[in-house]
Design a protein around this ligand. Sequence first.
Ligand SMILES: *Cc1c(COP(=O)(O)O)cnc(C)c1O
Length: 389
Amino acid sequence: MKVPLLDLKAQYESIKSELESAVLQTLRSQKYILGPEVDILESAICEYLGCKYAVGVSSGTDALLVALMAIDIKAGDEIILPTYSFFATAGVVARLNAIPIFTDIDLKSYNILPEDIEKKITPRTKAIIPVHLYGQCAMMNEIMELANKYNLKVIEDAAQAIGAEYKGNCKAGTIGDIGCFSFFPSKNLGGVGDGGIVVTNNDELAEKIKILRVHGGKPKYYHKIIGGNFRLDTIQAAVLNVKLKYLSDWSKKRQRNADLYNELFIENKLASGIGETNFDDENRVLLPAALYKGMGLEFYHIYNQYVIRVQERNKLRHYLQERGIGTEIYYPVPFHKQECFLYLSEKFGRFSFLNAERAAAETLALPIYPELTQEQISYVVETIKNFFQ
Ligand SMILES: *Cc1c(COP(=O)(O)O)cnc(C)c1O
């Protein structure tokens, strides 16, 4: 049996005629940049997330970059973020000559550790970027409390978490000052190329982001500020408008798949429960925690990734690969160990983030996409069981 990490073809086949007619309509309209489809997408995203403004942009990375530009991040400003995330979270900070201040993660959720944040706050700290990694919200109450106490901005990196809910029913991306999403094809809501969106409830920030999106010009060719080309293509918006209708259904299927994995791992005695953080004879596989499950939320976790931890991770990955099962490591190298950030350890002393380092050595993402069948999931668990026998 073959179980790819992600099978975008299965999704495409299920909505093929709708997608193709939306793309064809865009081609025939000759409107390729921004345009009516982007306006429709922005309104639909506001409605889906329950926020006031959404601004379509060129990628998730540019969403983060333009968000930092909108809050006037300048050279030397310090931005606190988890050391364990996709590169863009830290890359955008360094690109503005600001300083990424790394913090460790919580080993249950893989999200930023709130108690590590306060220790890192200095008079130069301007913002915190919590990442809702793998599709589950970071501990936003604690983060917002710190932000209010120290007058910091919060930019949520919700690239992996569209639709994920936090306590109190608010959705990822709408809790901080600005939320950033990615429409990279492998995200839960993926385009047919690069794309992203920035959301906010703040009138001034929304207006500024719209101006920054078109090189900072308003009116056109008159520049009070310097922006960039952060525009979203019409064709991406047309595709996303079709797909957004199915997003909740797909997220439910991802949750169903995660539940089935959890059940099977427990049934097969590879794990004793979800959210365990220590290995022992009853927990050779550590299952991902669902921190907000049972709080009455529909989308407590949207499983952009279903990530387990195992001790012989690389060996298991190879074993699965030989048996037709695709996996990935998100992420093998935390930021503080990246060559491009070594200059920061010269300034701040040698870093040691033990949780992030453990995660980098032990995490493995299994296939979780909505169209996965029960047989495929059983085969993955069965194969992992055989590996440990
Ligand atoms: C995907 C992703 C991004 C970047 O999004 P792109 O659209 O690929 O630029 C940023 N942060 C996180 C956590 C991501 O997963």
